[in-house]
Design a protein. Structure first.
Length: 167
């Protein structure tokens, strides 16, 4: 006849699945002896990190508002450069009369002068083109001159006067 093997015949660690007896179950393991030293160190570090973060949050580090920030002061003497009064930068007027088709440094000077007075001559390229002619015509009209877009003696005098007397 067939006999069921017993626990003694299977060894001490074998599971007796045919037995009606249930093995005693262990309760939850929360004691100190259940954690390894490494696990305790990790848990301690995590708790310390939480305390640091809470402390920083209370101090207002993570918020945009909060206490006003103070600036670090130095015990070294502070040296400053002497303050100079700004000098008026004057844009020169061209030295000669000009008209459409002219080119060179005198045209570039005229274009810079027009820009400094608020009249856009387009690109400052030294070419007396349509945009420079129109800008000069607007200047002439604003100064009660014949708005022909030519930098003649009367326009040159008005341009020089306006550049020297602007505030």
């Amino acid at each position: 006849m067939f006999e069921a093997p017993t626990v003694e015949s299977q060894g001490a660690g074998a599971d007796n699945w045919l037995s009606d007896e249930t093995a005693p179950t262990r309760g939850p393991r929360f004691g100190r002896a259940d954690f390894s030293p490494r696990q305790r160190a990790v848990a301690t570090g995590a708790v310390a990190l939480v305390f640091v973060l809470v402390g920083l949050a209370v101090a207002g580090v993570f918020s945009g508002g909060g206490r006003p920030r103070t600036q670090a002061t130095s015990t070294l003497p502070r040296t400053t450069a002497p303050v100079s009064t700004p000098t008026a930068v004057t844009t020169p007027a061209p030295a000669t009369t000009l008209k459409a088709g002219s080119s060179g440094p005198q045209v570039r000077t005229l274009q810079r002068a027009l820009v400094s007075l608020g009249y856009s001559p387009g690109t400052i390229d030294g070419q007396y083109g349509t945009a420079t002619e129109r800008a000069l015509a607007r200047f002439q009209q604003a100064n009660n001159l014949a708005a022909d877009g030519i930098l003649g003696p009367a326009t040159l005098a008005a341009l020089t006067h306006t550049l020297n007397n602007r505030g």
